[in-house]
Design a protein around this ligand. Structure first.
Ligand code: NAD
Ligand code: TYD
Length: 339
C-alpha cells in the first residue's frame, strides 16, 4: 500500500495523474487537496468522485498554505506527497505575479514545513522545463543546467525548486523533483495553447499566434508525464532531479496547423498577434536520466496524442463551453485586447 497526498489534483495534470494512478497502481490510495481556483474543476474527476475510486480516493477542499489542514491530512497517514498545486499560466503571471508567489513559492514552503521531521517516503515536486529558460538551437538542457527563468511563473517555480533542495539538505526531506516539458491532453484549461487552438477552431474563431509562431515547445502527452510522475513517487531517488520530455520539438504554428487539419478548419483562422513579453523561443530537455532509470518511455507520439486530444474536446463540449464564460472571458478580453 502507498498512501498519497496529491495537491492540485482538480487541475489538468493532477486530475489525469489521479485517474491514471488509480487505474495502474491498484494498492495506492489518494487524498486530493485542492483549493478550486479558476483552474480547478471537479468535473475533471466526476467519474472517480461518483464511484469513490473504490474507496481509494478522497477530495479535500483547501489551500496548501493552510498548515493546520495539511497537518491533519498528514496525521491520518501519508507516505508520499505529490505537489501539483500551482498557478500555472505564463500570461497570467505577466499580468499579476503575486498569486504565483503565494501558491508556487509560499505554498510549496508551507508544504515542506508541514512534512518536516515526518517519516515520509518521498515529496515529489512537480516543476517545469521553464526554470532553465530558453535553450539555444541544437542545445538540450540537462538537470545540471543553471536556472535562467525569464517570466514570473518560471521564476516562482525555480524558487520552489530551490526551497525543495534547501529542505532536503537542511532537514533531510526526501524531495524528488520532476521537470516536465509542455503537457497536453484531456481536461486542459483552454487558456493554454493546444486546447485554445482546438476549442477556437471548433468554434470557427480566429486563433492568436504570438509573434512569428516559430517558438518551439517539446509537447508531452499528459499520460506519459503521469507514468513518469508515478515512477518518481514510487522509485525516484531523494535529492535528485529528473527531466521529463517527449523529444517532439515542433514550432507553434505547425502544431496549430496540424490541429486545424484534424478539425477540418482552414489555416486562415490563424492570426499573428503581438508577441508575449520575454517569450522563450525554445525549450528542449535532455531526459536521458529518467529514460535510463525507467526503461521504455514515452508511449505517445505527437500525432497520436494530438488526435486523441482533439477527439476528447470534440466529444466533450459540455466540459469546455461553460468555462468560456465569466472569469475566462474577462481574462481573454484583458490579455488579448493588448495584443
Ligand atoms: P492547472 O492550472 O491546470 O491546475 C492547478 C491546480 O492547482 C488547480 O486545480 C488549482 O485549483 C490548484 N491550486 C492552485 N492553487 C492552490 C492552492 N494554493 N492550494 C491548493 N490547490 C491549489 O495546472 P497544471 O497545468 O495541471 O499544472 C500542474 C503542475 O504541473 C504545476 O505545478 C505546473 O507548474 C506544472 N507543470 C505544468 C505543465 C503544463 O504544461 N501544464 C508543464 C510542466 C509543469
Ligand atoms: P502555453 O500553452 O501558454 O505554454 P508555455 O508558455 O508555458 O510554454 O504556450 C505554448 C506556446 O504557445 C508558447 O510558445 C506561447 C504560444 N501561444 C501562442 O502563440 N498563442 C496563444 O494564444 C497562447 C496561449 C500561447
Amino acid at each position: 500500500m502507498l498512501r498519497l497526498l496529491v495537491t492540485g489534483g482538480m487541475g489538468f495534470i493532477g486530475s489525469n495523474f489521479i485517474r491514471y494512478a488509480l487505474r495502474t497502481r491498484s494498492v495506492w490510495t489518494i487524498v486530493n487537496l485542492d483549493k478550486l481556483t479558476y483552474a480547478g474543476n471537479p468535473a475533471n474527476l466526476a467519474d472517480i468522485q461518483s464511484c469513490d475510486g473504490g474507496g481509494r480516493y478522497r477530495f479535500v477542499l483547501g489551500d496548501i498554505q493552510d498548515s493546520a489542514l495539511v497537518t491533519r491530512i498528514l496525521d491520518e497517514g501519508i507516505d508520499v506527497v505529490v505537489n501539483f498545486a500551482a498557478e500555472s499560466h505564463v500570461d497570467r503571471s505577466i499580468m499579476d505575479p503575486v498569486p504565483f508567489l503565494q501558491t508556487n513559492v509560499l505554498g510549496t514552503q508551507a508544504l515542506l514545513d508541514a512534512v518536516r521531521g515526518r517519516s515520509l517516503e518521498r515529496f515529489v515536486q512537480v516543476s517545469t522545463d521553464e526554470v532553465y529558460g530558453p535553450a539555444p538551437a541544437e542545445i538540450v538542457f540537462t538537470e545540471e543546467t543553471p536556472f535562467r527563468p525569464t517570466n514570473p511563473y518560471a521564476a516562482s517555480k525555480a524558487a520552489a525548486d530551490l526551497l525543495c533542495f534547501s529542505s532536503h539538505k537542511t532537514y533531510g526531506t526526501p524531495v524528488v523533483i520532476g521537470r516536465p516539458t509542455n503537457n497536453y491532453g484531456p481536461c486542459q484549461y483552454p487558456e493554454k495553447f493546444i486546447p485554445l487552438v482546438i476549442t477556437r477552431a471548433l468554434e470557427n474563431e480566429p486563433i492568436p499566434i504570438y509573434g512569428d509562431g516559430q517558438q518551439i515547445r517539446d509537447w508531452l502527452y499528459v499520460e506519459d508525464n503521469c507514468e513518469a510522475l508515478c515512477w518518481l513517487a514510487e522509485a525516484g531517488q531523494p535529492g535528485e532531479v529528473y527531466n521529463i520530455a517527449a523529444r517532439t520539438g515542433v514550432p507553434n504554428r505547425e502544431v496549430a496547423e496540424r490541429i486545424l487539419n484534424l478539425v477540418g478548419r482552414p489555416v486562415s483562422l490563424l492570426r499573428s498577434v503581438a508577441d508575449r513579453p520575454a517569450h522563450d523561443r525554445r525549450y528542449a530537455l535532455d531526459d536521458t536520466k529518467i529514460r535510463v532509470a525507467m526503461g521504455l518511455f514515452p508511449a505517445w507520439t505527437l500525432d497520436r496524442g494530438l488526435e486523441a486530444t482533439v477527439q476528447w474536446y470534440v466529444a466533450h463540449p459540455q466540459w469546455w463551453r461553460p468555462i468560456k464564460s465569466g472569469e475566462y472571458r474577462r481574462f481573454y478580453e484583458d490579455w488579448y485586447s493588448q495584443r
